[in-house]
Ligand binder design. Structure first.
Ligand SMILES: [Zn+2]
Length: 265
């Protein structure tokens, strides 16, 4: 994309927002074609603003932007692409979505576009907006998929240190995977948690997310959080969820929608 363009239209997901001045807001967007952008939304905090609602974290929007000062862009027009009403109506889904956008916001970027991450981001939000999928493991699965996308897929079929097939009793994000009894370091891992991670990485994500409360889920959440923090080289603020899993309302018999999978390249 040309760096000298003064006006752009693009599709974006809002990662984060912060206040600016009396009534403005700066939004950090991950766009499909223009990478990560900082955007000034003028007057958006006034009650009369029509743009305000769409420029919230996790918003999936179409934006028309004009170049401002420095690396800042200014919103000319913003429109919702997805309302995400189911996601926004459930605390656990919102928490998972916020953990996802926080992780994406922490990805080191050289301002280059990364459409693969954009696609994963949109699909994870749609997954969270779908009652067929339980939100508990969505953020954790996304973290593992992000590692795969970046070429850092954890080793979970053998001991990452000696190559032995097991039994595998520990997981260490620092060394990139599971460890046998002789090489063990990091965190102990149960057979249930190991099985879940293998299913998430092995193409069974949709089935995992349809399972209301799979055994080992809490462990997987903790290990995924460790792994993404090691990978990104920083702590994520969003708390590890310890809230009990609330039963979702009965959903309509909706057709299955594909959960997010990394698209290489
Ligand atoms: Zn070993």
């Amino acid at each position: 994309m040309s760096g000298s363009t003064s006006e752009i239209e693009d599709e974006a997901v809002v990662l984060r927002t912060y206040k600016s001045g009396e009534s403005d807001r700066v939004c950090v967007l991950w766009t499909r074609h223009h990478g990560k952008l900082r955007v000034l939304a003028k007057g958006v905090r006034k009650t009369s603003s029509r743009m305000g609602g769409s420029l919230e974290p996790m918003g999936h929007v179409k934006v028309h932007l004009v170049k401002g000062r420095g690396d800042l862009w200014i919103t000319k027009h913003v429109a919702h692409l997805e309302r995400l009403a189911t996601l926004r109506g459930d605390y656990e889904r919102i928490s998972a979505g916020l953990a996802v956008v926080e992780a994406v916001d922490a990805i080191p970027t050289d301002e280059a576009a990364d459409e693969g991450i954009f696609e994963m981001l949109v699909r994870v939000l749609l997954t969270l907006d779908h009652l067929e999928f339980y939100p508990e493991l969505v953020a954790s699965s996304f973290f593992f998929k992000l590692l795969c996308y970046d070429g850092s897929e954890p080793v979970v079929d053998v001991c990452v240190n000696c190559g032995s097939s097991g039994p595998l009793v520990a997981f260490n994000a620092e060394v990139g995977g599971t460890l046998c009894v002789n090489c063990r370091s990091g965190t102990a891992i149960s057979a249930d948690a190991l099985g879940l991670i293998r299913r998430i990485l092995g193409g069974e994500l949709a089935a995992v997310l349809r399972d209301e409360h799979p055994a080992g889920a809490r462990e997987v959440m903790s290990l995924a959080h460790d792994a993404i923090e090691v990978h990104l080289g920083r702590r994520l603020k969003v708390a590890r969820s310890t809230a009990p899993l609330a039963a979702p309302p009965p959903g309509p018999a909706a057709p299955p929608s594909p959960p997010f999978e990394a698209h290489e390249g």
